[in-house]
Design a protein around this ligand. Structure first.
Ligand code: M6R
Length: 614
């Protein structure tokens, strides 16, 4: 099943086209290609095989600056119908002048007759395809108006088509048309996108229209004009992004934050998929195999990130130290480059970022690279700057995260880090038995998370009780300390209540003085028994100062429950993966606090989803 993507706009066209093709990847294809208008000409790259191979070629062809200057582009995945799978037969195809490029889904029944006609007029074909015939036919009719030429050509063809075409001489628009093979158009901000599958478009905009058969559209950066094949305008209103569409995108949830919290069983499944090698009790990350020295010779792991991404690093730190037996540091990316970090090729630097665009994390990555560390990235947004600059890395596969408050990206980041620690550990001294134990615990997470989400109701009830407080303290020990930090950050950014996360035993070194009658302390007591007992001591210290203790405890832990005023029970699991269900309980608590305080949940004041300034 072939697929079409087209883009005209101000963003990086080759990147958007590759991203679109990736969405179409589940359809069968044997080759792929793209054509970009630039500097009065058209550049085409094609490949037999995967989109990854096409992406590599496209990156070599268009450095980021050059790509941004590109105006319009079309791309295609081909499933051979006329002619073998080959680069020559892959789309886009050019006309005889090389100034028009065209991609096509469907079959043109009269292409042989059209080809003979064009050959008699001097056309020379380089492929066996019906599509190249159509490209030449468009060129034959072309007189500086690609819309006109496409309409003329399509009036002469018999068969099915969905097409997109660009002209080097009119780089400000794409022409698209359909008859029996659908194309849709999305009008976004600063760019428009054309695709044979609306899922490609939905990622960019909800202002989507679909063509009917025998309609041709001129798609510009910010508008679309539809006509029939005879050139008569067809009235078509591009829908505004109204509340109804918002609701559809939110899939019935009141906010993206809540939707994304509930997406975690799936996002976690995706983060894990294909990455556990049970037979060898290890993880599969080819990017880690590129280290300049043996995994066993790495001496240090340095994680770089900001905000939630740094918290994920802190949660991963325990696993690296415990499983891989390697010194691990988690750095605030914003400070890292202003020190004089000492790094060399035995240091493994991991830059962590949901957006892949955070300026501080990018700068830290560059510094680590410069100092010769072996660098990698963990990003959610595909082809983000960080992912590209790192040159190798791992994607979270969490899907778009719209809510500014990061939720599903955090859990996927932690999981990817655990898997990396597993791989590093197995390349060093970690036994198969312990490796397998963690692998099984990670594999069980989608189910654990499904069983955690019903705590929503308890979280809501507790939020109702504490919604008017001024301060909330989160305390945790071991792997629960990063969870405490993350819980506090979620509360701060969504409900604007002052919140802090502390290592539980640190409370007595100062913060405990802040506790007054009724101050909520969220105690993360969902750890193993030894840690839990120590936590109970910390809890009692806080309680004796009047704190209102809300425990997050393992289901059925009656001993822990006895020491809490309120508690949220989550499924018990391996201590290294326990941050996942624990943080979900806190995400839900933060969400309900924000709701009850009528805060703008998905777009909190003063915050933005990706911080591209220092
Ligand atoms: O896109 P990044 O992961 O690099 O973003 C880093 C932080 O800005 C981000 O995690 C921020 O702290 C979130 N709003 C937290 O919910």
């Amino acid at each position: 099943m072939s697929g079409i993507v087209g883009y005209v706009g101000k963003a990086n066209a080759p990147e958007i086209l590759v991203r679109g093709l990736r969405k179409l990847e589940p359809r069968s294809y044997d080759s792929a290609g793209m054509a970009i208008t630039e500097n009065g000409g058209i550049t085409v790259v094609k490949t037999l095989g995967t989109i990854a191979a096409l992406e590599k070629k496209a990156r070599a062809q268009w450095a980021p600056d050059r790509a941004r200057a590109a105006a319009a582009g079309i791309a295609h995945t081909r499933w051979a119908t006329h002619g073998n799978p080959s680069e020559a037969n892959a789309h886009p195809h050019l006309d005889a002048s090389g100034k028009i490029a065209l991609v096509h889904n469907g079959i043109l029944e009269n292409y042989r007759a059209l080809r003979s006609f064009l050959e008699s007029k001097g056309s020379r074909f380089v492929s066996e395809t019906d599509t190249e015939v159509l490209a030449h036919l468009v060129g034959w009719f072309y007189t500086n108006d690609i819309f006109q030429a496409v309409s003329e050509a399509l009036r002469r063809v018999i068969g099915a088509y969905g097409i997109a075409a660009v002209s080097a001489l009119e780089p400000d628009h794409i022409v698209t048309a359909q008859c029996g093979s659908s194309v849709s158009i999305g009008i976004g901000v600063g760019g428009s996108i054309v695709a044979s599958d609306t899922s490609v478009i939905a990622e960019h905009t909800q202002r989507i229209i679909s063509l009917d058969d025998n309609e041709v559209a001129i798609v510009r950066v910010d508008d679309v004009e539809v006509r029939n094949l005879g050139g008569i305008p067809v009235s078509r209103t591009v829908p505004e992004l109204d509340e109804v569409e918002e609701a559809v995108r939110k899939n019935g949830f009141a906010h993206f934050m809540l939707k994304e919290i509930h997406e975690q069983p799936e996002s976690i499944t995706d983060a894990i998929r294909g990455r556990i090698d049970f037979e060898n009790a290890t993880a599969v990350f080819s990017s880690m195999d590129a280290a300049p020295c043996k995994i066993s010779e790495l001496t240090r792991v340095v994680m770089l990130g900001c905000g939630t991404s740094r918290h994920a690093g802190l949660a991963g730190e325990y696993a690296f130290e415990e499983l891989a037996d390697i010194q691990t540091e988690v750095e605030q990316a914003s400070e890292f480059r202003y020190r004089n970090p000492i790094l060399d090729k035995h240091d493994f630097a991991i830059a962590i970022s949901q957006s892949g665009e955070t300026a501080d994390t990018l700068a830290a990555l560059r510094e680590a690279k410069l100092k010769g560390a072996f660098v990698t990235s963990i990003c959610n947004v595909v082809s983000s700057t960080l992912a590209r600059e790192a040159g190798r890395g791992v994607y979270l596969r969490a899907g778009p995260e719209i809510s500014v408050a990061s939720t599903k990206a955090f859990t996927s980041q932690v999981i990817v880090l655990l898997l990396m620690a597993l791989k590093l550990g197995r390349g060093r001294r970690l036994s198969r038995e312990r490796g397998l134990e963690l692998a099984n615990a990670i594999a069980s997470l989608p189910d654990i998370v499904r069983r955690t989400l019903p705590v929503n109701d308890v979280a809501k009830r507790i939020a109702q009780k504490i919604k008017d407080v001024e301060h909330i303290y989160f305390i945790g020990r071991g792997t629960m300390y990063p969870v405490a930090l993350e819980g506090a950050l979620k509360v701060k950014e969504t409900s604007y209540i002052h919140a802090e996360g502390y290592q539980a035993s640190e409370m007595r070194h100062g913060p405990i003085a802040m506790l007054a009658q009724g101050t909520p302390v969220i105690a993360l007591a969902c750890c193993d028994e030894a840690e839990r007992d120590k936590m109970i001591i910390n809890v009692e210290e806080c309680r004796s100062r009047g704190a209102y203790i809300i425990g997050v405890i393992n289901a059925g832990d009656t001993e822990a429950a006895r020491h809490m005023d309120e508690f949220i029970e989550i499924p018990a699991t391996h201590p290294l993966v326990a941050p996942i269900p624990a943080v979900i309980a806190l995400q839900l608590l933060a969400y309900h606090l924000a709701c009850l305080r009528n805060c703008e949940i998905d777009k909190p004041r003063s915050l933005s989803k990706s911080l591209t300034v220092e």
